[in-house]
Design a protein around this ligand. Structure first.
Ligand SMILES: [Zn+2]
Length: 146
């Protein structure tokens, strides 16, 4: 069975790597594995990858906390205790953050933004060799002028 485009998202929502669907996507409750143990793709390409998920999760928290405050005032014509909307908002954040991170990881893979990790693939070694070769040539005056 070949993997379709939607498989990236469904695999991630199941808590699995969106690329291989085998290895776990999360190393903790909210922490995404940096590089897949099985297929070697890098889930977090750069710092701040998950800011979108955090922002959406916070927006959901404010929506439900603020919505509760407004609904309570409309129903009971009195101001609700600030503790209740804070708890509802916090609950919305806790429940949505992992799901939103999964959705984002799946969407990033679907968009081709998840690529093999350079260290796992060994490309860093090739880059270091190329750099050493460039330096050796520069020392010996063997650099091609472009
Ligand atoms: Zn994988």
């Amino acid at each position: 069975m070949s993997a379709g485009p939607a498989d990236s998202v469904t695999r991630a929502l199941r808590g699995r790597c969106p690329a291989c669907g085998e290895a776990p996507l999360f190393a903790g409750v909210f922490r995404v594995v940096e590089v897949c143990d099985r297929c070697g793709v890098r889930h977090e390409r750069q710092e701040g990858t998950w800011v979108v998920a955090a922002g959406l999760s916070a927006a959901l928290g404010m929506f439900f906390g603020g919505g509760l405050t407004l609904w309570w005032f409309a129903e009971h014509h009195e101001v609700v205790s600030p503790l209740m909307p804070a708890l509802v908002g916090l609950l919305a954040i806790v429940l949505s953050f992992r799901v939103l991170k999964s959705l984002l990881a799946g969407a990033l893979h679907l968009a081709g933004e998840v690529t093999p990790d350079a260290v796992v693939e060994g490309k860093v070694i090739h880059l270091e060799r190329a750099k050493a070769e460039r330096e050796r040539r520069a020392r010996h005056g063997d650099v091609k002028k472009v």
